[in-house]
Design a protein. Structure first.
Length: 229
């Protein structure tokens, strides 16, 4: 999210929306926006290296970096529009599973993935284009490669709370920010809430308090640029 600014931000506040199942999206297109939803049918494909995080640069359209490392640990996915939600779905957590009826190598054991990228070419209403790691994780022990060789399978998914033990919501000032423009990447929002609005409080030019520029006292809403920025 970005905002024109005459001074670097003095403070930030994050407003969390506990989303409800009947949100802004039409019912026939809406993905679960709250945890504890029922299982829904989807298609799954995978891309990148078989044991990788998906994108070659370990990033993606959400702006997250190093998704091959904890807490993402390569368990990531591209989501089509009902999942990506023009970037508002970035960082959402879903349990995924595939059953023996979907493929003989499927374990049926739920695994958690995080939306970190956009799926531009969906093949169904809900399409998870998973990292090779996440796709293989749905398999029975020792049959990960067999499942990946299927290429595309039917699967089920549901929204679950995100859990990032030892981490709190993080605001990263993006490269290219300056006294006139600031871009913030929001990461690690625990629970089943979505980021509804990010506000920023600017410092007052020329005003000094204790050797530091004094805040204006006024919160200003920022605008989403792309992904989770």
């Amino acid at each position: 999210m970005a905002s024109s600014s005459i001074a670097v931000a003095a403070a930030l506040i994050l407003c969390i929306l506990v989303a409800h199942a009947h949100g802004c999206y039409a019912k026939h297109h809406a993905a679960p926006s709250a945890a504890n939803s029922s299982w829904l049918d989807a298609n799954a494909t995978w891309y990148g290296a078989p044991h990788g995080a998906g994108p070659d640069d370990n990033g993606g359209a959400c702006g997250f970096k190093n998704v091959n490392l904890p807490p993402f640990s390569s368990m990531t996915s591209c989501g089509n529009q009902p999942l990506f939600k023009d970037g508002k779905g970035c960082g959402s957590c879903y349990q995924i599973r595939c059953l023996k009826s979907d493929h003989p190598a499927c374990s049926g054991v739920p695994k958690t993935v995080i939306i970190t990228d956009m799926n531009y070419y969906p093949v169904s209403r809900y399409h998870f284009d998973l990292s090779g790691t996440a796709f293989g994780a749905m398999a029975k022990d020792g049959r990960n490669d067999e499942l990946r060789h299927a290429g595309m399978i039917n699967m089920q998914f549901k929204r679950v709370p995100c859990q990032y033990p030892g981490l709190t919501v993080t605001f990263d000032v993006e490269e290219g920010s300056n006294p006139f423009y600031i871009a913030i990447l929001v990461e690690y929002e625990d629970g089943d809430g979505d980021v509804k609005q990010l506000d920023i409080m600017e410092s007052r030019p020329g005003a000094v308090s204790g050797g530091k520029m004094a805040p204006t006292g006024q919160w200003v809403p920022m605008k989403e640029s792309w992904g989770s920025i």
